[in-house]
Design a protein around this ligand. Structure first.
Ligand SMILES: NC(=O)c1ccc[n+]([C@@H]2O[C@H](COP(=O)([O-])OP(=O)(O)OC[C@H]3O[C@@H](n4cnc5c(N)ncnc54)[C@H](OP(=O)(O)O)[C@@H]3O)[C@@H](O)[C@H]2O)c1
Length: 260
């Protein structure tokens, strides 16, 4: 119960996000009280139901009061007032996990200007505005830990995915500057960067590959492809008491993908 009574906001918490769901279950099972963010209220309600089913040992009167808030984070002007409203309703935060993202392919020869905002608004600009909201007076407690979910794609070239990769690379830079700026408030800021993670997205990717390409993709992860729980474990570590001097870092959860 290393996160007991910690109030943590998780974006991208909709039930069909393999990683977001695993993060919610991991944090709730360690006693955290979660605010769940996504655009679809019904998909957040389904996450709440799942969390309650997966953490049944807590007695009814001590079950943390998780809550949901449906919002489109690409509407960047609404982020600061929304965080203020949530703090008024539920109290200041001890943590943030920004997992919501736009993923996809953007080959250079067909790139359209409108695609750039599609990736950068949710992956980068929403992250920056969330950090800004948490930096304001009385929105986050001293000792808070803020985590942005990046990607190994941000540290290595990927054909056909320049916008996704660049939007995630920007997070590695963002956490460094934010860490310096928020250190005097004792707020830490880090990035967790998975490579391919097992689940629906990996299944789709493997379905598009021939046998040899699939074997090569697996071999590029010498320790094996990470699971959503592996990512959630890294997030728990960075939110918890055993990472108190870690800030401005990007922690790769990549099965060795970037080591080669
Ligand atoms: N899956 C992988 O293999 C992999 C690998 C490396 C890194 N990552 C990173 O890990 C994180 C989680 O990945 P994932 O594949 O599990 O989930 P995801 O599909 O990238 O996104 C999770 C959720 O974010 C919410 N979301 C998207 N746009 C939003 C917006 N404008 N406002 C509010 N919420 C929004 C969506 O729920 P709603 O539709 O309800 O809004 C979606 O279900 C992402 O940051 C991703 O880039 C994933």
């Amino acid at each position: 119960m290393q996160l007991k009574d910690k109030h943590i906001l998780v974006t991208g918490a909709s039930v069909d996000s393999d990683i977001g769901l695993a993060i919610c279950v991991a944090l709730a099972s360690q006693g955290a009280r979660l605010g769940l963010i996504g655009r679809r209220a019904e998909a957040l309600e389904a996450t709440l139901t799942h969390i309650h089913a997966m953490t049944p040992t807590q007695e009814a009167d001590v079950v943390p009061a998780h809550y949901i808030h449906a919002i489109d984070l690409a509407e960047l002007d609404t982020i600061v007032p929304t965080i203020k409203q949530l703090v008024t309703l539920h109290g200041p935060f001890d943590g943030l996990v920004h997992s919501a993202s736009f993923q996809g392919y953007s080959p250079l020869k067909t790139l359209k200007p409108s695609q750039i905002g599609q990736y950068f608004d949710i992956n980068f600009a929403a992250a920056a505005m969330l950090l800004s909201a948490f930096a304001k007076q009385q929105q986050a407690n001293a000792g808070a830990s803020l985590i942005l979910i990046g990607s190994a794609a941000g540290q290595k070239g990927l054909k056909g995915r320049c916008l996704y990769a660049a939007s995630k690379a920007a997070l590695t830079s963002l956490v460094k500057s934010a860490a310096l700026e928020l250190a005097d408030k004792h707020i830490r800021v880090n990035c967790v960067a998975p490579a391919l993670v097992s689940g629906s997205k990996a299944d789709k990717q493997f379905a598009m590959l021939g046998e040899q390409q699939a074997e090569a993709l697996k071999a590029a992860h010498p320790l094996g492809i990470a699971t959503p729980t592996d990512v959630a474990d890294a997030v728990s570590f960075l939110l918890g008491p055993h990472s108190q001097k870690i800030t401005g870092a990007t922690l790769n959860v990549d099965g060795g993908f970037l080591a080669g």
